[in-house]
Design a protein around this ligand. Structure first.
Ligand code: ATP
Length: 288
């Protein structure tokens, strides 16, 4: 059996009380693993805790109970300093390509920064920057330009190139295509897949967008109010969801195939009718 690259076990995240608000229990006993080279899509409605899980993996949210192991090592409670070397293997691509790149740095400087911090300098760094631009299908002369000279999709390619600079094993993609228009989204998603096929990188793909999760994920986990209510192979969870919350989530999502859309409408009507009559499997759910 392959050892997971990321192994989250019984994770609780409780945000401390602040400004008169009570502590907030954002994740409850969440378990999830990602194998090397695999994409796990994490879906759920707004506020379900998706970003919190990504942030906990990155050391940006408090681990109140449970554990997070990466590449066989417990990283649940590392200090900032102890975490630094992890940046080689564990990277992130955020949603907003407009705020995630330093506007005063050239693309070469942006891409060279993680390289320099890891002792790759001079010609080796310049060659690597050229290779990274090529990897994300941007021209070599992009190196001398500033972020403001690029479109949203191109900026996201630059953010992806930066995440790839040190050949990471896992990238947390937090709503990484949500700010892009649909056709740009599709091209950037295809780029993620192409990069994975070429490098073997794994992704934790955090998204509220079910079309996105269908497109990229080998496996899907569904979060509802801080708990994973269903997980399994992508096709199984997205096409034949078992948990009533997942059924509602996916049936409410538009899909491009009109036949499939019709099937979903009918299945949704049946489910709602079953819920209204209190039939088994149609009513008492964690979603209520
Ligand atoms: N720093 C924080 N302090 C207190 N509560 C927080 C904090 N960050 C998030 N929360 C709360 O935790 C819950 C989960 O938030 P989170 O951002 O993880 O959800 P999400 O599923 O990613 O939502 P969205 O899709 O809207 O980004 C929300 O109720 C949110 O208000």
């Amino acid at each position: 059996m392959t050892t997971p690259l990321l192994d989250v076990r019984d994770l609780d995240v409780i945000y401390p009380a602040r400004g008169g608000a009570k502590p907030f229990h954002a994740l409850k006993k969440v378990s999830l693993d990602i194998l090397p080279g695999e994409t796990v899509g994490l879906v759920g409605e707004s506020g379900s805790g998706k970003t919190t899980l990504g942030r906990a993996v990155l050391g940006l949210a408090p681990v109140s109970a449970g554990s997070i192991a990466f590449d066989g090592r417990d990283i649940s409670h590392l200090s900032r300093r102890a975490r630094r070397p992890l940046a080689r293997d564990l990277q992130v691509v955020f949603q907003d390509p407009y705020s995630s790149l330093n506007p005063s740095m050239t693309i070469e400087q942006i891409l060279a920064e993680p390289l320099t911090a890891n002792g790759v300098e001079g010609k080796a760094a310049r060659d690597r920057v050229r290779g990274l631009l090529d990897r994300v299908h941007l021209p070599a002369d992009a190196a001398n330009r500033l972020p403001k000279e690029f479109s949203g999709g191109q900026r996201q390619r630059i953010a992806i190139a930066r995440a790839l600079a040190l050949d990471p094993k896992l990238i947390v993609c937090d709503e990484a295509v949500s700010a892009l228009d649909l056709s740009t989204q599709a091209r950037v998603l295809d780029l993620f897949i192409e990069i994975q096929e070429a490098t073997g990188v794994a992704y934790l793909f955090v998204t509220h967008d079910l079309a996105v999760v269908r497109h990229v994920s080998h496996r899907v986990a569904v979060l509802y109010r801080g708990e994973i209510v269903e997980s399994g192979p992508g096709a199984q969870v997205t096409l034949h969801p078992e948990h009533p919350y997942t059924q509602r989530l996916f049936m409410a999502a538009p899909v491009p195939d009109p036949d499939r859309q019709q099937q979903r409408r009918e299945a949704r009507r049946e489910l709602l009718a079953a819920q209204a009559s209190g039939a088994p499997g149609g009513g008492a759910t964690a979603a209520q």
